[in-house]
Design a protein around this ligand. Structure first.
Ligand code: AMP
Ligand code: MG
Length: 313
């Protein structure tokens, strides 16, 4: 997934079915399996093969990971009015944030042409046997906005299968907590302060306690380029084909599972602060914390009513 991961658990409660190294190996194997299914950076992966395929009759078999992510993607796509769109890959590439390295930003005509291809409805899913078929040859899938969250949940489930009930799992900033820290307190998570220089300015905006939840953060403050005074970042508004342009620097979403939090965090970045906050307030299962800039470029923070406030230090 092009990032790092960390697994922390309370071993006293582990009614050991496997020693630590064996568990670490099982986690590694699981992540390799997920990448082999859904990484667009691996040419032989299932997703890469579907993306390269031009045969519109062929059903491509998919594994349980692919199936779970595709199904959840479909739901989030629908209830975010397509702000979350895992078919957006060709646009991500054209803007220079995918596996390809184009020399220039696309012009209006190129964006317009790609909008016709960026069509999630052109993927048809069949349950038995689980398989996918595409109706537009150039259409491509990109699960970058949800797969890390899925990976976190999958590791969590693996730990639970080994009898571990108190743990914290993190992949590239997306986290899942269950139970408590060994000190008896809830797990504590730092939400990063948006800063352009990650190495020099890695500071924490706020620490929260995370109890039996998923938390995912989406942001444009790190991965972007400037063009005509505008920030060109890796989150694309599928309605326009252009990188999302709004005041948001980052959104952290809390949900029961991390796959859900991950997908909605990306969608909220597309919606922007006002619409995003309204969207989350109307949902019992989601909470969010927004960091944006105001007219004078000062940082402002907004949170939905159920998002935890900063934990006492
Ligand atoms: P995240 O860091 O979870 O917000 O995911 C961002 C990544 O998802 C980008 O680097 C793109 O590969 C992809 N992406 C960009 N825009 C969208 C979108 N509107 N819906 C779904 N995936 C997207
Ligand atoms: Mg995401």
């Amino acid at each position: 997934m092009g990032t790092t991961y960390q697994v922390t658990y309370v071993s006293a409660e582990w009614r050991a079915t496997a020693p630590r190294q064996q568990l670490a190996k099982a986690i590694e194997d699981l992540l390799v399996e997920i990448n082999q299914s859904m990484s667009t950076f691996i040419e032989s992966s299932t997703i890469s093969q579907i993306n390269a395929a031009t045969d519109l009759e062929k059903w491509h078999p998919v594994d349980r990971h692919f199936q779970a992510v595709l199904q959840r993607s479909r739901e989030v796509y629908e209830d975010t009015n397509h702000a979350f769109n895992p078919a957006v890959g060709p646009l991500v590439n054209a803007w220079g944030f995918g596996p390809e390295n184009p020399e220039a930003f696309p012009d209006e005509a190129a964006v317009h042409a790609l909008l016709a291809v960026v069509n999630f409805d052109s993927f048809e899913f069949r349950e038995s046997p689980p398989s996918v078929r595409k109706h537009i040859a150039e259409a491509k899938l990109d699960f970058s906005a949800i797969a890390k969250g899925y990976g976190v949940d999958a590791i969590g489930t693996l730990l639970e299968e080994h009898g571990i009930q108190n743990y914290l799992v993190e992949i590239g900033g997306e986290v899942r907590s269950r139970g408590r820290h060994a000190n008896g307190h809830p797990w504590r998570i730092g939400i990063e302060k948006p800063a352009e220089n990650v190495v020099a300015d890695r500071t924490i905006q706020m620490v929260i306690e995370l109890e039996n939840s998923g938390l995912a953060t989406s942001g444009t403050y790190r991965n972007y380029e400037m063009k005509d005074g505008k920030r060109i970042a890796h989150i694309i508004d599928p309605a326009t084909g252009y990188p999302a342009q709004n005041s948001l620097l980052s959104v952290s979403v809390m949900a029961g599972d991390t796959m859900t939090a991950d997908a909605y965090a990306t969608a909220l970045m597309v919606m922007g602060l006002d619409e995003g906050l309204r969207f989350v307030e109307a949902r019992k299962d989601l909470n969010a914390y927004f960091i944006a800039t105001d007219e004078s470029k000062k940082l402002v923070e907004k949170r939905s009513a159920g998002f935890p406030s900063a934990a006492n230090e």
